[in-house]
Design a protein around this ligand. Structure first.
Ligand SMILES: [Ca+2]
Ligand SMILES: [Ca+2]
Ligand SMILES: [Ca+2]
Length: 107
């Protein structure tokens, strides 16, 4: 997940129910671009329809949000969310993965 060419992959993440909220924290040491994506449908993990929300270091400010995106690695287009954000300040940021509607499952 973190910026500057480092891919970090979380495997086995799961929205157990449609109201589950999964938070991921990551820290950057300077300005950079962060790329986030979910692979539920692309990788046939499940049919969950993900939503990604990126929060600033205060954990409250929404910096970016995506429901249906384009995978930055593969170009896969669908209900999996993906987003790219330029972050100007060092700090710990938070990404939230949640489910659209009544879907749930691994992503
Ligand atoms: Ca979960
Ligand atoms: Ca979606
Ligand atoms: Ca991907």
């Amino acid at each position: 997940m973190p910026a500057d060419g480092t891919w970090q992959t979380f495997r086995g993440a799961d929205l157990d129910t449609s109201s589950d909220l999964d938070y991921f924290a990551f820290t950057i040491e300077g300005p950079g671009t962060v790329v986030l994506d979910t692979d539920a449908r692309e990788s046939n993990f499940s049919s969950v329809d993900t939503i990604l929300t990126l929060f600033g270091p205060d954990g409250v400010t929404v910096l970016n949000r995506n429901d249906d995106g384009i995978d930055p690695q593969t170009g896969f287009r669908g209900l999996n969310s993906a987003l790219t954000s330029r972050l100007e300040q060092a700090g710990t940021y938070f990404a939230l993965v949640s489910a659209f509607g009544s879907t749930s499952g691994a992503y």
